[in-house]
Structures are given as structure tokens and as C-alpha cells.
Design a protein around this ligand. Structure first.
Ligand SMILES: Cc1cc2nc3c(=O)[nH]c(=O)nc-3n(C[C@H](O)[C@H](O)[C@H](O)COP(=O)(O)OP(=O)(O)OC[C@H]3O[C@@H](n4cnc5c(N)ncnc54)[C@H](O)[C@@H]3O)c2cc1C
Length: 405
């Protein structure tokens, strides 16, 4: 197979970039190793910046018809006290809310919407297993498909294969580890009809949890100190469920659905970034370039913003030829600042809130001063909303649209 651009990974970064390049009439293939997008452990948050991008692409009406919940006021429980984290209604944007939608619905929507672009192909059950090179230059990928091994020749390969990226490892790109003090236990609890709650984060001494309303069930993320999974398991499932029910009484009836450890997935959290995002013929974006922690639920949106910036900077060049490594590096130059700022904020929260909360013992938790201030001063909730909802340097779609698309 020979294409202009081969995208490895059909997550938010890969599917959005595929859509944008297909829209520009560029011959592009997206490889996704799974047979479908129906996987539990993807972030569910679609922020105002992404909603704006969907609007600019003319996709917003269809998108908002998909089942979702809207969140404007983010609040949590910190050591028994209610804290206000952000108020998105203060944003002066067209869509001032976070849409909570299972990510498979979002990705399926992008895939379906992209079917009208003749030059875009999405290959499911297709896993990149190696890079193909010509000297220093990456010239495509070797992929495993249900029908055997396929060599794909591409003028540009884009790694969108997430935080365990095989492509970046094969390219020998150096990673700067920033580190995260926690991992996450991911499980679902049953939800009764009309059971609603505006709380989404809870912090108690030694424990933290986030819950997402997925309509007919609660998706729960229980935070544990990094490397403590075996210790949590050794205490037994009933002890864990007891802790959770005490922390979030609303979940108690639904926890009956967590019957064994098979219903609880361990998700490892990483925060890191590449020093260099490119090789000749290769670019990394999204978590493959900078793994994000779940803090703030901003990783999906950063991945989308990377995709928009990539198409803005490279699509015209790809229409007629292929970009040099310096031209590819323009994406890092544009996106490195938002990534650094966002990761810095995530690390500040990790060091000041997550670390303190996960300390063993039962000492009462004090709401940090900054959180008290944000709770007390409503306009500060507009600033946090801006950071969470729009991020640093939000991108707008400027990439070309080919005639007929
Ligand atoms: C526990 C946890 C919870 C999180 N919750 C949120 C949240 O609520 N909101 C939020 O915004 N962010 C959240 N994040 C961060 C978010 O998941 C990532 O930042 C975001 O998914 C990055 O998107 P991506 O497209 O770069 O990569 P990914 O979403 O990781 O997608 C990569 C894709 O590539 C595919 N793939 C991998 N290897 C190959 C291969 N060799 N060949 C072909 N395909 C391949 C994978 O199957 C996957 O579909 C969370 C992170 C963690 C760890």
C-alpha cells in the first residue's frame, strides 16, 4: 500500500487528524489495532475547545444529538467540604460546557463523518509492528492485519499511538519522564433511573475518586498510590468497595455490580514528553508525544488540538509533496508551550493535592488555600474554567478543504 500519510493509532489525535487530512483531499490511512473503539478506559470529556472545532467543521449539530451529559459547574468534596473547581458558564464561547460522552461514540462519529472523503481510509484490527526506513528517513510502517503482514509506504508517518507508543520507541526518540504519583482503578457501578449528582471528584484522607455519569451507569476512577495495586488487592475487594461506599454513598447500591477483580481495571498513569517529536518522515503527536495525566481531564482535548495544529501547518504541504523535518518540527514549536503549561499544572495538582490526599493515615484533610480561594471567589472559577475548558493557545481549523468535500 502506498499513501501520502499513514497515521498510527485511531484515538482522538489519530481520528481527528485523519478526518482533517481526508477533508483536505490528502491520501491518508489511519491504522487502529483494535477491531472497534468500544473500550472502557478512554477519557469521556469533550471540552469547549473541541466543541468549537466540531462547530468549525460543521459537525456540531449531529455531534450534540448523540447522548451526552453537560457539565458547567465542576465541584468536588475535599475532606468533607464542598469545593468549587471551575464554572464553565463564565466562558464567553459558543459551547460553555463539558460534554460527557463515551469516547467510542465520539470516535465512531468522526469515523462515520469521514466516510464521505474518498481519500481517507480507516483500517481497524491493523497494528503497526515496526517502522520502515530508508537510511535515516522513515518511509512507512509494517502492519499486522487480519490478512497478514502489510507494508505501507508513506511520505509522512504520524504516531498517534498513545502513551505506550511503539512508533516513538522504534524511532528511538528520547523521553523526558516527569512522573505521576498515582495509578487508577477503573470500574463501573450501576445507576438508578434519575440518579444524578453534580459532584464529580471526591478527596478523603488516603483516598481520591472521580465519577463520570454515563447515563445508565457510573464510570468510576479510584486513585491509588503508584505501585500499590498489589497491596490494595491483598486487602480484598470488599474492603475496597467499603471504602468507596463510605466515600460516595450514592454508589453503594450500584457497587453490587463489581463482583470480582475482573471488573476492576488497573490503569497506569504517566506524565512525560518527547524532547524531539520528529525524524525525517515521522511526526509524533497526542499522548505519543506527551503523555498526559487524567488530572483536569484535558488529555483528549490536547490530542485534538495537536491534530488541528498539525493539519493547519502541514495539510497544504502534503497536498503537493512532503514536508521536511524542519517543517514537521513546526508542530512541536507550536504545541510545546501549551503542553508544558498543562503538564506543569498537572504536576502542581499532583504535588499539592494528590500526594497530600494519598498519604496513609487518618489525619483530617485541609482544603488547600488556592482551592479555598477559587471556591470563595466566583470569577476565579472563570479562570480555572478557561484553563480546563479551552486550554492554553486553543487551535482553530484553518486547514484546506478540497473541492467537493
Ligand atoms: C486513567 C486515565 C484517565 C484519563 N481520563 C481522561 C479524561 O477523562 N479526559 C481526558 O481528556 N483525558 C483523560 N486521560 C488522558 C487521555 O486518555 C489521553 O491524553 C488521550 O487519550 C490521548 O489521545 P491520543 O489519541 O493521543 O492517544 P490514545 O487515546 O491513547 O489513542 C491511541 C490509539 O492508538 C491505538 N494504538 C496503539 N498502538 C497501536 C499500534 N501499534 N498500531 C495501531 N494502533 C495502535 C490504540 O488502540 C488507541 O486507539 C486519562 C488518562 C488516564 C491514564
Amino acid at each position: 500500500m502506498k499513501v501520502r500519510c499513514c497515521i498510527v493509532g485511531g484515538g482522538p489525535a489519530g481520528m481527528m487528524l485523519g478526518y482533517l487530512l481526508g477533508r483536505a483531499g490528502i491520501d491518508v490511512v489511519v491504522l487502529e489495532k483494535h477491531a472497534d473503539f468500544f473500550r472502557d478506559f478512554r477519557g469521556d470529556t469533550v471540552h469547549p475547545s473541541t466543541l468549537q472545532v466540531m462547530d468549525e467543521l460543521g459537525l456540531i449539530d449531529g455531534f450534540l444529538k448523540l447522548p451526552h451529559q453537560r457539565l458547567q459547574k465542576m465541584q468536588g468534596m475535599f475532606g468533607g467540604e464542598t469545593v468549587r473547581i471551575a464554572d464553565l458558564s463564565r466562558l464567553r464561547v459558543k459551547y460553555p460546557f463539558i460534554a460527557f460522552m463515551p469516547q467510542w461514540d465520539f470516535l465512531n462519529f468522526l469515523r462515520e463523518s469521514g466516510k464521505r472523503f474518498a481519500s481517507l481510509k480507516v483500517m481497524m484490527s491493523t497494528e503497526a509492528i515496526d517502522l520502515v526506513r530508508d537510511g535515516e528517513c522513515v518511509t512507512g510502517v509494517k502492519a499486522k492485519t487480519p490478512d497478514g503482514i502489510l507494508d505501507i509506504e508513506a511520505d509522512l508517518t504520524v504516531a498517534c499511538d498513545g502513551r505506550h507508543s511503539l512508533v516513538r520507541e522504534r524511532a528511538g526518540l528520547e523521553i523526558e519522564e516527569i512522573g505521576a504519583p498515582m495509578d487508577v482503578l477503573w470500574f463501573r457501578a450501576g445507576k438508578r433511573e434519575n440518579e444524578n449528582e453534580s459532584l464529580f471528584a471526591r478527596v478523603d484522607p488516603g483516598k481520591m475518586m472521580v465519577t463520570f455519569d454515563r447515563g445508565d451507569y457510573w464510570q468510576c476512577a479510584f486513585v491509588i498510590p503508584k505501585g500499590e495495586y498489589d497491596a490494595v488487592k491483598a486487602r480484598g475487594l470488599p474492603a475496597l468497595l467499603d471504602d468507596i461506599a463510605r466515600m460516595a454513598p450514592i454508589l453503594k447500591p450500584g457497587l453490587a455490580e463489581v463482583k470480582s477483580w475482573d471488573d476492576v481495571k488497573l490503569l497506569t498513569v504517566a506524565v512525560n514528553r518527547l524532547k524531539r517529536w520528529t525524524r525525517p518522515g515521522l511526526l509524533c503527536i497526542g499522548d505519543a508525544a506527551h503523555a498526559m495525566s487524567p488530572i483536569g481531564g484535558v488529555g483528549v482535548n490536547l490530542a485534538i488540538q495537536d491534530a488541528v495544529a498539525t493539519a493547519n501547518l502541514l495539510a497544504s504541504k502534503l497536498v503537493s509533496g512532503y514536508p521536511s523535518e524542519d517543517e514537521l518540527d513546526a508542530v512541536r514549536r507550536r504545541r510545546a508551550f501549551p503542553v508544558r503549561m498543562t503538564q506543569r499544572m498537572q504536576v502542581v495538582v499532583q504535588n499539592n493535592i494528590v500526594n497530600a490526599a494519598l498519604q496513609p493515615g487518618n489525619q483530617p484533610l485541609k482544603v488547600p488555600l488556592v482551592m479555598r480561594l477559587v471556591t470563595a471567589v466566583p470569577w476565579l472559577q472563570g479562570i480555572t474554567a478557561r484553563f480546563v475548558g479551552l486550554g492554553v493557545r486553543p487551535e482553530h481549523v484553518h486547514s484546506p478543504r478540497s473541492a467537493g468535500n
